[in-house]
Design a protein around this ligand. Structure first.
Ligand code: ZN
Length: 95
């Protein structure tokens, strides 16, 4: 696989992986356009409805959180981790 040798692209890869790419300033919040996304490790706990009932999941994620409005930017890694957690809990439920 050939990739352009671009240090900035590499550094910002996570920030724009699933979002609207903003090549120069990839970490500006696209909700409020004022803040910056700072990467934070967050413990996310949530319920998800499935055909076997509710599953309760808890995941540790590395997310971009806006320092101005607090919006969370979910990157592909975060979404994948959530999917995985749901699947894991789902498989524990009785059929
Ligand atoms: Zn913001």
């Amino acid at each position: 696989m050939v990739r352009s040798n671009n240090a900035q692209t590499r550094a910002n890869k996570k920030m724009w992986a699933s979002g609207m790419a903003n090549s120069e300033n990839g970490d500006t919040c696209f909700f409020c356009k004022k803040g910056k996304f700072v990467t934070r490790n967050e413990d996310i706990a949530f319920h998800q409805w499935t055909d076997r009932g509710y599953v309760f999941c808890r995941v540790k994620l590395s997310l971009g959180v806006c320092d101005h409005c607090g919006s969370r930017h979910w990157n592909e890694d975060a979404e994948a981790a959530i999917e995985e957690a749901i699947q894991r809990e789902y498989n524990k439920l009785p059929k």
